[in-house]
Design a protein around this ligand. Structure first.
Ligand code: NDP
Length: 331
């Protein structure tokens, strides 16, 4: 099986080393398919550390729908080669630093989304492993007030929420409708819009049992999509943030000159779609809001799932009914 060379084979770029083994446990797949292609491999080589990278002992990881889409082969043309150790999100402790690493050191508690580009050449050796190598610029120090499991659920989702709001030109005093308010991304769009950007009004959609959650996160209006069609309601918004795949309906409730951010599915004008870019400086910028508790991680109450139950965790995520983040902890 061809896996990366062990870190010990490139000592030149390593400035510090603790007791890092040559091999590790990692979830991996050798062919595309449903969650059953995932196997727990007990002897995957620990990734080598590039000069601008740190090696992290992963304490917790989180799942994203893009992990499932990638595993199904939807991004085959631009994916890294098989076999794949999946996983974008992680929180853990730095155990080695590359020679060009400037700010991080051994022992630092960090979190981040490890692949700068999600779809184009994502890392072959991801976060569902005991160790993962990641560029310093993609991670940030973990807020002290949250634990590893909570931190692991944040990076990809909060960076997506932030990038979408930025691209939409969201700012204080504007109104927003969040489609999919109870999911991994939606729970953070609601909170960032309200707590970080100063939205005048936040509305969000979910099914009946999740309406209280939307309110607790700061939504002024919680729309039950099992009872009402948001697109038939009279209210119009400065921004509509679609985390469901309802781009064609979303554009019906945006004000003239407003923005419609679409994460998945069809896009109708004036909607636009983007793919998140990982950026540790976004996490660093948002850390004060996490430290103070103004923005709260939402970990799905069915989890955290232990590392042995990654297949069960993916099966649950893939129901599309998760609340907040599906987290794997401890790793
Ligand atoms: P989740 O799996 O966390 O979303 C699950 C949530 O979606 C559930 O809480 C569910 O609530 C809600 N939901 C499902 N259907 C509806 C509906 N019709 N109306 C309102 N809510 C609904 O997904 P994420 O938040 O992590 O991601 C959302 C989508 O965005 C995915 O397709 C993902 O791939 C994509 N994405 C794209 C990115 C990009 O860069 N372009 C980045 C990140 C995500 P309920 O049970 O009440 O239905």
């Amino acid at each position: 099986r061809s896996v990366v060379t062990a870190a010990s084979s490139s000592p030149a770029v390593v400035t510090a080393a603790t007791d890092v083994p040559g091999t590790m446990k990692a979830w991996a797949y050798e062919e595309y398919g449903d969650a059953s292609v995932l196997k727990l491999d007990e002897a995957v080589s620990v990734p080598a550390v590039g000069e601008d990278q740190v090696l992290v002992r992963v304490a917790a990881a989180a799942l994203n729908p893009v992990d499932s889409k990638r595993r199904m082969g939807k991004f085959k043309a631009t994916d890294s080669p098989l076999p794949t150790v999946p996983g974008y999100d992680m929180a853990g402790v730095v155990v080695k630093v590359g020679s060009q690493v400037k700010n991080l050191k051994e022992g630092d508690e960090v979190y981040g989304h490890i692949s700068e580009k999600v779809l184009e050449g994502p890392k072959q050796f991801g976060s569902l492993a005991e160790y993962t190598a990641v560029e310093e610029k993609l991670v940030a120090l973990k807020p002290k007030s949250i634990d590893f499991a909570q931190a692991a659920g944040l990076p990809l989702a909060i960076e997506t929420a932030h990038e979408g709001l930025e691209r939409a030109g969201f700012s204080a005093g504007k109104s927003i409708l969040v489609l999919g308010g109870a999911g991994g991304v939606g729970t953070l769009v609601i909170q960032l819009a309200k707590q970080v950007y100063g939205a005048s009004k936040v509305a969000a959609t979910a099914s009946t049992p999740k309406l209280e959650l939307l309110k607790s996160l700061g939504a002024d209006v919680a729309i039950d999509y099992t009872k009402e069609n948001f697109e038939d309601m009279p209210e119009k918004y400065d921004v509509v943030f679609d985390a469901v795949g309802q781009g064609e309906k979303a554009v019906k409730v945006v004000k003239e000159g407003g923005s419609v951010v679409v994460l998945t599915g069809a896009v109708a004008p004036p909607g636009f779609r983007f793919v998140v870019t990982s950026d540790g400086s976004v996490l660093a910028k948002l850390n004060p809001y996490l430290e103070s508790g103004k923005v709260k991680p939402v970990v799905d109450p069915k989890g955290p799932f232990p590392f042995s139950q990654v297949v069960e965790a993916f099966s649950y995520l893939e129901t599309g009914r998760a609340t907040g983040k599906v987290v794997i902890s401890p790793v």
